[in-house]
Ligand binder design. Structure first.
Ligand SMILES: Nc1ncnc2c1ncn2[C@@H]1O[C@H](COP(=O)(O)OP(=O)(O)OP(=O)(O)O)[C@@H](O)[C@H]1O
Ligand SMILES: [Mg+2]
Length: 257
């Protein structure tokens, strides 16, 4: 069993906060500087997981820290456990062994519903938007579900979110079924951001998009991390997307563990 000191915050937090970071990426981003130091927001601490009791472990003793202000890419071959790791990080499932730490606290000891509805925004591969509802209705639904109170009227917040994901204001009243895949991806991101989570998690967010749209979606994720200090975690098969991320966490194939 690894100790907390070896794997995650608070020690990691202080150590990483002290060192300069992302210099290469900042240059690639046009020299933008990062104001805040990095922080381990979410961490896997010696996590194992099997889908069935006593069955084979699809995740085995995994430790990794995910920091604020960074885009983290999770890569690895099909079946390596990427989606499983996202389910664990988003509090959808609990590890069989080990811990998921959010700001240093074990998710098992915190209200997971609260974590999922306030602290983490998940963008599913299939978007999970309601097709017959409008863009605005979809986004407001998730704001309502979070149970949070908002300082500004919700439609006004929606307009701000659409600007952030570079969708014209007119889209607010468009039904999801009239949108292209890339447009739906933007709505899914806007919805995940709607209640102001610290962590954004996305499974293959650029999987079905053309290269220009892919680059634009990656730019949105980088802005969220670099300008707003979000911790962005994405699964990708694309080396190009991995290159545009700040950090790559590669999962080994199951049979090589
Ligand atoms: N619901 C489930 N019940 C049982 N086994 C599962 C379940 N979901 C996934 N697995 C198994 O867990 C392992 C990891 O699956 P996972 O979906 O996390 O892989 P992945 O890296 O996301 O793959 P891909 O790149 O194909 O999406 C695989 O061996 C898979 O068969
Ligand atoms: Mg997967």
């Amino acid at each position: 069993m690894t100790t907390e000191q070896e794997t995650v915050a608070p020690e990691t937090t202080e150590a990483t906060a002290a060192r300069p970071r992302n210099s290469e990426r900042n240059a690639a981003d046009g020299g933008r500087t990062v104001e805040s130091g990095s922080q381990a927001v979410l961490a896997l601490d010696n996590v194992s997981y099997s889908y069935t009791k006593g069955g084979k472990k699809v995740i085995h003793g995994l430790s990794h820290a995910f920091e604020a202000g960074k885009v983290h890419a999770i890569t690895g071959p099909s079946g390596a456990g990427k989606t499983t790791v996202l389910s664990l990080l988003s509090g959808l499932t609990s590890p069989t062994e080990g811990r998921i730490l959010y700001k240093g606290a074990d998710l098992r000891q915190t209200d997971r519903y609260d974590f999922r509805s306030h602290d983490v925004g998940v963008i599913f591969q299939s978007f999970n938007l309601l097709p017959s509802l409008t863009v605005e209705e979809n986004i407001i639904l998730s704001m309502d579900a979070s149970g949070k109170s908002f300082e500004r009227p919700k439609p006004e917040i929606v307009r701000g979110l659409l600007a952030k994901v570079r969708l014209a204001e007119e889209y607010a009243n468009e039904r999801i079924l009239h949108l292209s895949g890339g447009e739906q991806q933007r709505v899914a991101i806007a919805r995940a951001l709607s209640y102001g989570p610290d962590v954004i998690i996305a499974d293959e967010p650029t999987g079905n998009l053309d290269l220009d749209t892919q680059d634009d979606i990656m730019r949105i994720f980088r802005d969220l991390a670099h300008d707003e200090g979000k911790c962005v975690i994405i699964v990708t098969h694309s080396p190009d997307v991995a290159r545009q991320s700040d950090e790559v966490f590669e999962l080994a194939p199951l049979n090589r563990r």
